[in-house]
Ligand binder design. Structure first.
Ligand SMILES: [Zn+2]
Length: 115
C-alpha cells in the first residue's frame, strides 16, 4: 500500500516522539498518564484523518484538527523531540522535516494569495 506510506510512518513516529519527550521532560521510563493520553489521542486522530491517502500531508495538517489543549501538547512534543530525532532516526526525521517545510511553504503561498 504505497499510498499510505506517510501515514504509516507517522503512526510509528508519534509514539517514538512522545516517548522521547516524556523521558526527557517528565523523567519517566514509560509514558506518564498525561503523555499516554496524548498518544492515545494522537493515534485516534491519525486513524480518523481524512488526508490518510494523501501522502503530501503529515502531522502538521493533523495538528489543526486536534483539540486546543492537545494541540498545545503535541506541539511541545514536536518541538522537543523533533531535533532529537535527527540523531536516533535520521532518515525518518529528515523526511518528516522536509514534508513539514514543504507544507509550511504551501501554507505561506496560499496565505499570500488570500491577502
Ligand atoms: Zn510524560
Amino acid at each position: 500500500m504505497k499510498e499510505y506510506k506517510a501515514w504509516e510512518q507517522e503512526k510509528k513516529l508519534i509514539p517514538v516522539m512522545i516517548k522521547k519527550y516524556c523521558q526527557g521532560k517528565h523523567r519517566q521510563k514509560d509514558l506518564c498518564p498525561e503523555c499516554q493520553e496524548l498518544l492515545d489521542y494522537a493515534l485516534f486522530r491519525l486513524e480518523k484523518c481524512p488526508f490518510k491517502v494523501d501522502k503530501k500531508f503529515c502531522s502538521f495538517c493533523k495538528i489543526h484538527c486536534y483539540k486546543p489543549d492537545m494541540q498545545v501538547k503535541i506541539k511541545e512534543v514536536m518541538k522537543y523531540a523533533g531535533p532529537r530525532m535527527l540523531f536516533s532516526h535520521p532518515v525518518f526525521a529528515i523526511k518528516h522535516v522536509g514534508q513539514m517545510l514543504s507544507y509550511k511553504r504551501k501554507l505561506k503561498k496560499e496565505g499570500k494569495k488570500h491577502a
